[in-house]
Ligand binder design. Structure first.
Ligand SMILES: Nc1ncnc2c1ncn2[C@@H]1O[C@H](COP(=O)(O)OP(=O)(O)OP(=O)(O)O)[C@@H](O)[C@H]1O
Ligand SMILES: [Mg+2]
Length: 333
């Protein structure tokens, strides 16, 4: 196996709140290989965004408490000064943020914003940066990039804005691209185009991609490796095939159970209602002493689950990269 381009180990993020420290990311570890897609999935609030923003020092200083390790191209990111992180943002690790409307500046044309991203990665004359910006717009599939570069964000459709965000993220030719819910707000056709686009750029440049989503349908189509997060912990990880064919953790099984069958031939009104998981994740200020999923678990929640945190361990009969954090892996799955 090749050297990972990004290695995250035991990453923890806490937020100082008036009620105490909120533990929102709790001991996450993963590797990103060049040219591969790692999907991070989990329900809202599970720490997917915060866990990646922490890598780039993008959490509010003084409020966020980050520990652990994240080695990118041989260099430790955690604890690095703002000044030393700046060249890594964009040129090393590009990020497509979750909400394009708040991440794009509404009073600057998109061309200007891409030019700024291009010039942030090295001095370049204005005209050359403008040409590069148009080239990037063309690369992300925006027709007539010369005139579109003069548009303001509100003059573009949601899909176009998302492409602009990708163009900005690609301006520094990053080795890792983090796409945070990059297609969630888009209709399925545009979603498919964006996924196809990132896949093509990824294979051309051998970019490692972290794809953050709660849409398991998307994950099945694009991911190599999947990491399932619950209450800031990784509860299961494995290759996309292992995870879909043989989910072990009750949370993963629940997530897959609540996924609609894409090829269900029945009309929508005749299909079974999606199974949903009753209950809510725990309060991150008062994490329970044992398994965070214990109160919602339908498989076998007992005294041990209530008091001990189950470690992430390899699953018997799977590859050693398929691991789950449960004391009671169901047999014969
Ligand atoms: N600046 C902040 N201060 C305090 N708590 C925060 C802050 N930012 C995020 N959080 C909390 O951290 C937790 C994880 O948030 P995060 O945004 O990573 O979730 P997520 O998994 O990305 O969810 P979604 O799918 O909705 O995007 C949440 O409980 C959130 O309320
Ligand atoms: Mg998020």
């Amino acid at each position: 196996m090749t050297e990972p381009v990004l290695s995250v180990r035991d990453l923890n993020v806490g937020f100082r709140t008036s009620r105490g420290l909120a533990h929102v990311v709790n001991g996450i570890s993963y590797d990103v290989q060049p040219g591969e897609t790692l999907a991070i999935v989990g329900e809202s609030g599970s720490g997917k965004s915060v866990g990646t923003l922490a890598l780039l020092g993008l959490l509010p200083p003084g409020v966020a408490k980050v520990s652990g390790s994240a080695v990118f191209a041989g260099e430790e990111l955690i604890g690095r000064s703002e000044e030393k992180l700046r060249p890594i943002r964009g040129a090393g690790i590009g990020m497509v943020f979750q909400d394009p409307m708040t991440s794009l500046n509404p009073v600057l044309t998109v061309g200007r914003q891409i030019v700024e991203a291009v010039r942030a990665h090295g001095p370049m004359p204005k005209a050359a940066a403008r040409a590069r910006a148009e080239e990037l717009l063309a690369e992300v599939g925006i027709p007539d990039p010369r005139s579109r570069a003069d548009a303001f964000p509100h003059q573009l459709s949601g899909g176009m804005r998302q492409r602009v965000m990708i163009a900005i993220a690609l301006a520094g030719d990053p080795k890792v691209l983090i796409a945070d819910e990059a297609t969630t707000a888009l209709d399925v056709t545009v979603q498919a185009q964006i996924i196809e686009l990132i896949g093509r750029l990824q294979s051309e440049h051998s970019t490692g991609v972290i794809w953050i989503t709660h849409d398991l349908g998307v994950v099945a189509g694009i991911a190599d490796h999947v990491l399932v997060m619950y209450a800031g912990r990784c509860v299961e990880e494995g290759s996309v095939d292992e995870l879909f064919d043989r989910p072990v953790h009750p949370y993963t099984r629940g997530l897959l159970g609540s996924m609609p069958l894409v090829d269900d031939p029945r009309p929508a009104r005749e299909r079974d209602p999606l199974s949903t998981m009753p209950g809510l994740p725990p309060d991150p200020v008062r994490l329970p002493p044992g398994c965070s999923f214990y109160p919602r678990c339908t498989i076998r929640a007992d005294e041990r689950c209530r008091t001990e945190v189950p470690p992430l361990v390899p699953i018997a009969g799977s590859s050693d990269r398929h691991r789950a954090a449960t004391f009671y892996a169901p047999e014969g799955v």
